[in-house]
Design a protein around this ligand. Structure first.
Ligand code: FAD
Ligand code: NAD
Length: 464
């Protein structure tokens, strides 16, 4: 049996683990990262990247298909387009492949060693890895657990056959004629919308009274409107209960009726859970925070020298949170004084239109006892949004009523994901409404809606 030793051992090379390994390597720490699959984790291989590729392809196809049926206000017409989905899939897979080798190259350049295989704990400082060339033992001074998350299955609707998770949905080689999506949250709506645009008849089954229950109704409303325009059926207050007879239909229960839906594929997207079992984690007996590993503001677990980062540590389960934690832990291991002091973690739902949230919503701010000023500026009054046919939506600011400090910024609108950086920067820099109002925003851009929201909140909006 081969034996290796290092100062820092990272289990999992997702966004959390690989970022930690690269930063540790840059800081001269002797680092090994162990990954059972391909570098990049859920995000790169079966999450953020392939889903955004499909969402883009679907958007392009739908715009042309709309023009083909004369629903194009710009005067563009065309013959009915054809979607060669095999080519779409090849294009998506090629992006993933390029990024896989990119991450492997970055790890190498940083001097971090990369071991491929499934790790399991012998104790808090020793792991065993099943590699293709046999069993490898690795001793480390410090360990980072970055094993991520996996899809939650419904007890009466286990994955298999027609019942698929996001991983299988992103690997489909043809568009299902009838797709039922169980769970109208992030994944269900991002992927459901993409498949609908590419021609699937999509029904979304959501247990809560409305889609995207994690956002307030003002933010989810434009998305709900667009789902209707796209012909997607949305059943709210409904739960999938079981497969019917030969498995070709799904039984549903809502408060007033029982019904069933035919489906070629049933995509279950009811949340994700941390990967906690199958690698001897129980032998460490770490403190838990619900189903997740409990961490402090330095990502330290209850065992000395053992850190945890990313989805395994809880909500929000987002790639950029995992990366920021990974970077911080590497710097702590290098002896730098670091602690988690971020004002906010932006969240973007890549639906059509996109939803961006940073910091506190109006109700969260009020619940925390702040007296707030909340204002919004609609894209209908923004020239750039009109020229891009992106006028459904708004930008909203939440600021303290007394000193105008921004507490939260939210928006919904096509193409506004890129505004998340400016929103985050404003919060991290402790901006007040006056700072945004005094910043010249280029014309014509959708970002002017942010400027105008601040002006409006100060009582002197120009364009409304
Ligand atoms: P993961 O990315 O899950 O990586 C964990 C890694 O650990 C995996 O590669 C796994 O193989 C490895 N591993 C597990 N156990 C072992 C073991 N015993 N030995 C060795 N290796 C092991 N987030 C966003 O911010 N933006 C998005 O647009 C977005 N879109 C998403 C779309 C979908 C469809 C999904 C499913 C998720 C999406 N997410 C998105 C969430 C994002 O993917 C996760 O938050 C992120 O990947 C978490 O990173 P992580 O490093 O904690 O774990
Ligand atoms: P989610 O929590 O976003 O949505 C799950 C939805 O399923 C909820 O609306 C919930 O009410 C509903 N639900 C639960 N049980 C149900 C049932 N029995 N029948 C019908 N509906 C039911 O979870 P997700 O979409 O699986 O995504 C998981 C996580 O992945 C997200 O929380 C997010 O952290 C991450 N993610 C992020 C992005 C992004 O950043 N753009 C994209 C995809 C995924």
């Amino acid at each position: 049996m081969n034996e290796l030793s290092c100062k820092l051992l990272i289990i999992g090379a997702g966004p959390g683990g690989y970022t930690c390994a690269i930063r540790a390597g840059q800081l001269g720490i002797d680092t090994i990262v162990v990954e059972a699959e391909k570098p990049g984790g859920t995000c790169l291989n079966v999450g953020c990247i392939p889903s955004k590729a499909l969402i883009h392809a679907a958007g392009e196809y739908e715009a042309i298909a709309r023009a083909a049926v004369g629903r194009n206000a710009l005067g563009i017409s065309t013959a009915t387009p054809l979607l060669d989905f095999a080519k779409t899939v090849a294009w998506k897979d090629n992006i993933v492949r390029r990024l896989n080798s990119g991450v492997a190259g970055l790890l190498k350049r940083a001097g971090a060693r990369h071991v491929t295989g499934r790790a399991s704990f012998r104790d808090g400082k020793t792991i065993e890895v099943e590699t293709q060339s046999g069993r490898q033992v690795i001793h480390a001074e410090m360990v980072v657990i970055a094993t991520g998350s996996e899809p939650i299955a419904l007890p009466l609707l286990p994955f298999g056959g027609r019942v698929i998770s996001s991983t299988e949905a992103l690997a489909l080689t043809e568009i299902p004629a009838k797709l039922v999506v169980v769970g109208g949250g992030y994944i269900g709506l991002e992927l459901g919308t993409a498949f609908a645009k590419m021609g699937a008849a999509v029904t979304v089954v959501e247990a809560a009274p409305r889609i995207l229950p994690q956002y307030d109704g003002d933010l989810s409303e434009p998305v709900a409107r667009r789902l209707t325009t796209l012909g997607i059926t949305v059943l709210t207050g409904a739960k999938a209960t079981a497969l019917v007879a030969d498995g070709s239909a799904l039984a549903l229960a809502s408060s007033d009726e029982q019904t069933s839906l035919e489906a070629d594929k049933i995509l279950v997207t009811v949340g994700r859970r941390p990967v906690m079992s199958g690698f001897g984690l129980e032998t460490l007996d770490l403190d838990r925070n619900g189903p997740f590993i409990r961490i402090d503001d330095r990502c330290r677990t209850s065992m000395r020298g053992v850190f945890a980062i990313g989805d395994i540590t809880g909500e929000p389960m987002l790639a950029h949170r995992a990366m920021a934690q990974g970077e911080m832990v590497a710097e702590i291991v290098a002896g730098l004084r670091r602690a988690w002091d971020r004002v906010s973690i932006p969240a973007i739902c890549f639906t059509d239109p996109e939803i961006v949230t940073v910091g506190l919503s109006p109700s969260e701010a009020s619940e925390k006892g702040f007296d707030v000023k909340t204002d919004l500026f609609p894209f209908k009054a923004n020239g750039r949004a009109l020229t891009l046919e992106r006028d459904d939506g708004f930008i909203r600011t939440v600021a303290r009523a007394d000193n105008h400090l921004l507490l939260g910024i939210q928006g919904v609108g096509a193409g506004i994901a890129e505004l998340s950086a400016t929103f985050s920067l404003a919060l991290e820099m402790g901006a007040r409404l006056e700072d945004v109002a005094m910043t010249i925003h280029a014309h014509p851009t959708q970002s002017e809606a942010f400027h105008e929201t601040a002006l409006k909140s100060l009582g002197h909006a120009i364009h409304i």
